[in-house]
Ligand binder design. Structure first.
Ligand code: APR
Length: 240
């Protein structure tokens, strides 16, 4: 007898931009991707921020405005429902849009930070974006605030990396959703789950460099694939 998702006890859901695509948020790569239209070296790295902090803030303000008009989609909602029903579920997301939390997910690790926070590097203090007057991206200590996002070339947030690694090492089911699997160290997480014997499911529209790590690949839009998997009495192809 095969397994259903409800047979698992410690689940990690690892998401990328593809889970938010159906909410209307552009992915980074592929047709119409953000990095097709903008060169990340001008907008999403520390060197760009030192060169022109206002330009970088304007780019992130534009992205925040896009996200502010979007709602979590059925895929986000099913993940929140799974968290409520299963004994233990951790979302490890590469996304910075906050849609998992808006959909009701509680246990969310933001591997690449958040569009909704800013950081004062002088005081090492985090500000919620809504606290800030618009256009004044300065801390009250006078220093420039910086988006609280892990940009290309940045080090990882140690606490987030530690919690994500711990959850992945202990999980019995790892579902990778809507990620192209090309940005490290995030892209190394599926291998960690496989090494630790987790059942591996990939949800994506297409094959990725990580697909070979997954025992079961559901090809289609995340919301539909998640609904089918969540409702299935038995997920064919999963080890009994
Ligand atoms: N359902 C499922 N998968 C989808 C959907 C959908 N509706 N739409 C797109 N996808 C898939 C694409 O096939 C692709 O594999 O989502 C993936 C999106 O890949 P990327 O745009 O590269 O996004 P991501 O993997 O999250 O990027 C990782 O790169 O730029 C950095 O920090 C940024 O967190 C980001 C990281």
């Amino acid at each position: 007898m095969g397994k259903s998702l409800r047979d698992f006890k410690k689940v990690v859901i690892f998401t990328g931009a593809g889970i938010s695509a159906e909410s209307g948020i552009p992915t980074y790569r592929g047709k119409g991707g953000t990095w097709d239209q903008y060169n990340w070296e001008d907008y999403a790295c520390q060197a760009a921020f030192y060169r022109d902090p206002e330009k970088v803030w304007e780019f992130h303000e534009m992205r925040r405005a896009t996200v502010a008009d979007c709602e979590p989609n059925e895929g986000h909602c099913i993940i929140a429902e799974m968290e409520a029903e299963l004994p233990e579920l951790t979302v490890v997301t590469q996304n910075i849009d906050g849609l998992h939390q808006m959909a009701g997910s509680k246990n969310v690790l933001e591997f690449h930070g958040s569009l909704w926070r800013a950081r004062c590097e002088k005081e090492n203090r985090i500000h919620d974006i809504s606290e800030l007057e618009m256009e004044s991206w300065k801390c009250d200590c006078g220093a420039w605030l910086r988006p609280d996002i892990v940009w290309f070339g940045d080090g990882m947030k140690e606490d987030v990396l530690g919690k994500a690694t711990k959850a992945i090492r202990q999980c019995d089911l790892f579902i990778g959703i809507g990620t192209s699997g090309v940005v490290y160290p995030a892209a190394s997480l599926p291998s960690l789950a496989l090494e630790n014997g987790a059942t591996m499911i990939e949800i994506n529209l297409e094959q990725t460099p990580a697909s070979a790590l997954y025992e079961y690949c559901a090809r289609g839009p995340a919301s539909q694939m998640l609904q089918d998997l969540w409702e299935a009495e038995e997920i064919l192809g999963l080890n009994p």
